[in-house]
Write a protein that binds this ligand. Structure first.
Ligand SMILES: [Fe+2]
Length: 171
């Protein structure tokens, strides 16, 4: 697992990966023998699904450049937050030239009271079993977390792909 600080002090809305970070990540991933490679960033690689009420989309700057390294190094999971929406999808859906797709998962707001009026608190439960993955959002409703919006993914030679269509959003 590798973590990258994508936040920038002068532009907190829009994060970015530096060229140095991309190179360091490449070397670290190259040296890894892990059966599952996970990269954690603050800003997401993919936008919320169509129909979301998220007006502005703050993806990682240099995402395309970084994704080339990530696919070469066979990264499996990309975990992020920033937008405070729980959603997931495969990178090929948004970057059609991707040769090996990664599973991109964004977390919602877990316990902070600073949620948008239309949002609920929630967190993701990611279940991995060989070449299968399930992402389930636990959403705060009526004094308890309840599971909603499960998504299933499968890994093949060309990476992870969603079973059953587009990404979903769970606020
Ligand atoms: Fe943020």
């Amino acid at each position: 697992m590798a973590g990258i600080n994508t936040a920038r002090s002068l532009t907190w809305k829009s994060g970015r990966i530096s060229l140095g970070q991309i190179e360091a990540l490449k070397q670290r991933l190259k040296a890894s023998k892990a059966p599952l490679k996970i990269v954690v960033t603050h800003h997401p690689f993919i936008p919320p699904p169509a129909g979301s009420n998220e007006a502005r989309i703050d993806l990682i700057g240099r995402a395309t450049m970084a994704l080339q390294v990530l696919e070469e190094q066979r990264v499996d999971l990309l975990l992020a937050g920033h937008l405070h929406h729980g959603y997931s999808g495969d990178t090929r859906t948004y970057y059609p030239t991707t040769r090996r797709s990664a599973l991109s998962i964004q977390a919602g707001t877990a316990i902070s009271r600073r949620v948008r009026p239309s949002d609920r608190n929630g967190f993701n439960v990611i279940t991995l079993d060989g070449d299968s993955a399930q992402v389930e959002v636990q959403s705060w409703t009526n004094q308890e977390f309840t599971p909603i919006a499960p998504r299933s993914y499968r890994r093949s030679e060309d990476g992870w792909h969603a079973l059953g269509g587009e990404t979903t959003i769970a606020d």
